[in-house]
Design a binder for this molecule. Structure first.
Ligand SMILES: Cc1ncc(COP(=O)(O)O)c(C=O)c1O
Length: 411
């Protein structure tokens, strides 16, 4: 009998995939931080669009277009309201990577000057790193790293010292996808603004896991991705401060994003359309709207409480295993619902393979965070992550499978 960590109840019909067996083993899905499973209500919303309302949006006046546009823009309104943003400041993109590239290519190319400094942290995902490397190289700006302390938190004293460099921009993850660390992004933003810098927050791992209030955080840009937040693949979001988005040049250009096109030049449509060139991700946005409805129905506070309880249990159970080392804060309240670890004498690839034989799905690898891997002095880690459907029985299965790892690898 699967015991939930809290009294949270998710109808089992929401995640049909969990009823499957693989080689006689039930699926123990502990990889929501890579991509979340899709609730049936999200699948239904997408199927409903394709089945009953399929038409383009914003182009034409016949009733089907009006219906599709209302579904699409309705999703944007609900997503914006949920996080404390506005529809004009909520841009649909392909994923978090595209959102961050939009800021780098549009704001970065227009604003960074030779000799400028951009601060990033040692715990960034490549998506909040490589775009800054490229744009800094192009603009002859310097990329400077805020270090990570041994306990897996950011070195905030070093951050304050680095602000003396008067950076133009600070780029920081809200929740680390490897360490789980929840960074104090509101405080980081306050200090950055006081030093004259703008702030880009990568909220990819935060939005599905912890309450996010964009007003309170007050960052200039906040990026996240749909497929880790119970939504479909192919959709991401960039929230940006209106004045900045208005002043920024377009990134991708073509249809939909224009006001007027003359032979030699063009003008741009209002926000957020200026940054949504081409036919929109209509089904994906509608699906993401349904995903946000799913989260709100349960309540993000309840989801956080549930996943915090599971994370606490997992940390306690992992501490019992000899030779196992957890990366990141050991206090579950300081982390999101994911735990990366190492086992002496076991390569993460082997761990993942042996767990997989028992239906336990975890992520292994460098997690697109190679500078952080070097900081941790490892090549890769094993990461278990939770979503709303996980239970204490999933932790039991993981622990049993980790016993198999010890047996098979004779540890
Ligand atoms: C912290 C973080 N940022 C950004 C990304 C990139 O997300 P996407 O591949 O959907 O653009 C990920 C995905 O793993 C992530 O964990």
């Amino acid at each position: 009998m699967a015991l939930p960590a809290t009294d949270i109840r998710v109808p089992s019909a929401e995640f049909a995939l969990l009823a499957r067996n693989i080689d006689g083993h039930p699926i123990t899905y502990l990889d929501a931080a890579a991509t979340s499973l899709t609730p049936q209500t999200v699948v239904d919303a997408i199927v409903d669009y394709y089945t009953n309302h399929r038409a383009s949006v914003h182009r034409g006046v016949y009733p089907l277009i009006v219906e599709a546009t209302e579904l699409y823009e309705g999703a944007r309104e609900r997503i914006a309201a949920w996080l404390g943003s506005t529809p004009q400041e909520t841009v649909f993109t392909a994923n978090a990577t595209a959102s961050l590239n939009l800021v780098a290519h549009s704001w970065g190319r227009a604003n960074l000057q030779p000799g400028d400094t951009v601060l990033v942290t040692e715990m960034e995902h490549h998506s909040n790193l490589v775009p800054w490397q490229l744009i800094c190289a192009e603009r002859a700006a310097e990329l400077v790293y805020v270090p990570v302390l041994d306990d897996g938190t950011l070195d905030l004293d070093a951050y304050e010292r680095l602000l003396a460099l008067e950076p133009r921009l600070v780029c920081v993850a809200h929740v680390s996808n490897v360490l789980g660390t929840i960074n104090p992004v509101a405080e980081i933003t306050r200090l950055a603004h006081a030093a004259g810098a703008l702030v880009v927050v990568d909220g990819t791992q935060a939005v599905p896991q912890i309450p996010v209030d964009l007003h309170e955080i007050d960052a200039d840009f906040y990026a996240w991705t749909g497929h880790k937040a119970y939504g479909p693949t192919g959709i991401g979001v960039l929230h940006g401060r209106r004045e900045l988005l208005q002043a920024m040049p377009p990134f991708i250009s073509g249809g939909h994003m224009i006001k007027q096109v003359c032979e030699a030049s063009s003008t741009w449509t209002d926000l957020p359309g200026k940054f949504e060139a081409g036919t929109s991700q209509i089904a994906e946005a509608i699906g993401l709207g349904a995903a946000v409805d799913f989260i709100q129905e349960i309540g993000i506070e309840s989801i956080r409480a549930h996943e915090l309880a599971l994370t606490t249990q997992l940390l306690e159970r992992l501490a019992e295993l000899p030779g196992l080392h957890v990366h990141g804060p050991l206090d579950a309240t300081k982390r999101g619902a994911l735990v990366s670890f190492a086992i002496d004498g076991a390569h993460p690839h082997d761990i993942g393979e042996i767990l997989g034989r028992e239906g336990v799905c975890v992520r292994t690898g460098h997690h697109c965070a190679q500078p952080l891997m070097r900081r941790l002095a490892v090549g890769s880690t094993t990461r278990a992550s939770f979503a709303v459907h996980n239970t204490t029985e999933d932790i039991d299965r993981l622990m049993n499978a980790l016993e198999s790892v010890r047996r098979v690898l004779v540890l």
